[in-house]
Design a protein. Structure first.
Length: 60
């Protein structure tokens, strides 16, 4: 069984040579707050940068 314990807000972009790069920005226990902040970051970001909330989980 998989249990989600939190969410990591990540900024992701593709470099000109095709390499996908990213950086973890923050950690959340509430998915809605993570998505809210992702949308806020997206509205202020340069084109080509995306934001996603990735699950932090444990296998039980």
């Amino acid at each position: 069984m998989i249990k989600v314990i939190g969410y990591i807000l990540v900024a992701v972009y593709i470099q000109s040579d095709g390499v996908v790069d990213g950086k973890a920005l923050d950690y959340y226990t509430d998915l809605k707050k993570c998505y809210y902040d992702a949308v806020e970051h997206e509205s202020l970001a340069d084109p080509g940068v995306g934001f996603v909330c990735l699950e932090d989980y444990v296998v039980q």
